[in-house]
Structure formats: structure tokens, C-alpha cells
Ligand binder design. Sequence first.
Ligand SMILES: Nc1ncnc2c1ncn2[C@@H]1O[C@H](COP(=O)(O)OP(=O)(O)OP(=O)(O)O)[C@@H](O)[C@H]1O
Ligand SMILES: [Mg+2]
Length: 267
Amino acid sequence: MSKVIAVANQKGGVGKSTTTVNLAAYLGSRGKKILCIDIDAQGNLTTGFGIRKKDLSCSTYDILTGKESIKNAVIQTEFENVSVVPANADLAGAEVELVNMEQRFNRLKMQVLTIKEDYDFIFIDCPPALGQLTINGMTACDELLIPMLAEFYALEGLTQLVNTMKLVRANYNPSLDILGIVFTMYDNRLNVSRQVVEEVEQYFAAKVFQTKIPRNVRLSEAPSYGKPVMYYDKHSKGTLAYECLGKEILGEPLSSIMKLRLNIAKD
Ligand SMILES: Nc1ncnc2c1ncn2[C@@H]1O[C@H](COP(=O)(O)OP(=O)(O)OP(=O)(O)O)[C@@H](O)[C@H]1O
Ligand SMILES: [Mg+2]
């Protein structure tokens, strides 16, 4: 059974694209067939996989506006089992065009349904806003993966995100659920980080992933080489972190050694 996961948080720079690229690469390396859909006009997911935004003949813009079918936009990457529907700045125009279109919140979903069964996982990398594009992402998916920073203001943002999710559930996608919340750029030496995690765990309990993605310079360098971190530095902490997150998503237990290496073992 294939699963469609939208990676969403309206706050900018929380690790949505980094999480999508690296999780996809790990799951692909485990033999899962993966499609990543970039629905952000910044095209960071696209660049992260080494695809040149300038050369696109077909992108998310074309499929949302009905000019092309999604099948024609799929690009196979050089990374095992990972394909991408790319985006570039054209997509900024879609926000305006969509306003007057029929089924404007359902357009991504209609396209995704035509290819869903070809993949084990489809990831949708959302932009940092709760506009029409993100609502298209939330409508097209089964579950939300929410990357967030362990800082005080993140909690307010989470409330807003959950309210939007409820709205989408009530109007467009009744079975929409949260896959999980993953803390990114995490530093467990900071009291505030631990406090925020505790608070989020009180509300979302089992929805918070054990894996916390640490701040790791390799994760920020890899996109400039157009590679997921596991293909850039196999032994980095970033690689280990996304392996752990991938295992959790596959329902596999994390070994104590992995937890210790990632510094998430509870004392
Ligand atoms: N764990 C990490 N350690 C260090 N740097 C990171 C980590 N995760 C992400 N970054 C860097 O932080 C910046 C923001 O990350 P990213 O682009 O993934 O966030 P985003 O939520 O997709 O942003 P946007 O909202 O603009 O789409 C990038 O420069 C990225 O390389
Ligand atoms: Mg992004």
C-alpha cells in the first residue's frame, strides 16, 4: 500500500526540504519506490537532488494548472529508487492562477491519484505558508510529517498548523492525520529545547518521533552538491539521523547503539 506524506510547516527554514530529500534517499536505498513532489516555488527540493531548475520542460506548475499530466513531469534522479516532480519560480504564478480555477484545492490530489500505486511513498515538500499550495499538499496526502524547531515560538506555529489541518480535514480530506512531528536542528544541551519537546510530547504523545535531527553541517552542505547527505558523507551524523527517522517510519526499532550515537538514549 502506498502512502502519501506531506512535509509541512508554515514556518520557514525548519528543515522541510532537508527532511524530504534525506528521508526519501534513505527509504529509496532500502528498496522503496519513492516520488518526491516539490510544491514550493523556491525549488529547494529540486536543487537538493541535483536537478537544474532552469532546464525544466515540465514542472509542478504545469500539473497544477492542468497543462500536463504528472507522469510527464516525473524525473528519475541518480539516487536509488528516487524520482522527483520538480518546481521552479513558475510555481509562484500558480498561486494567482489557482484562485479562479475549479477544484483549486483538489488539483494536486487528482494528479497524485493517477500515479499513487506506482510508488511506496510519495513525499510532498510544502512551501512555508498555509496558502493554496500547502492546502493542495494537505488535501493530496494521507498523513502530515511536521518538522519543527525546539524553540518557544514553534509551539504557536504548531497550533496554527493543526488548526489548518482540521480545516482541511473537515472540507477536503476527511482521513487526514499526523504521521509525526520531528524536531530538527536539535541541540539537547539547551534547556529550552528539552522543555519544548516535553510540552509537544504532552499534547501529541506518540506522534513525536524519538529521532531528533541534530544540527549538522554536512546536512547544510549536501544540497550545494545536489546530493542527499547519505551520498555526500555516509558517516555523518546527518546520515545517521535520517536513517533513524526512516526506520521509525518503517516501524523498525532503533538499536541502542544508534540511539547512543545520535544522543537520544534516555538516561
Ligand atoms: N539538521 C540540520 N543541520 C544543519 N543545517 C540544517 C539542518 N536542517 C536544515 N538545515 C539548513 O537550514 C536551512 C533551512 O532548511 P530547509 O531548507 O530544509 O528548511 P525548509 O523548512 O524547507 O525551508 P523553507 O521554509 O524555506 O522551505 C537550509 O540552509 C538547510 O541546509
Ligand atoms: Mg523548503
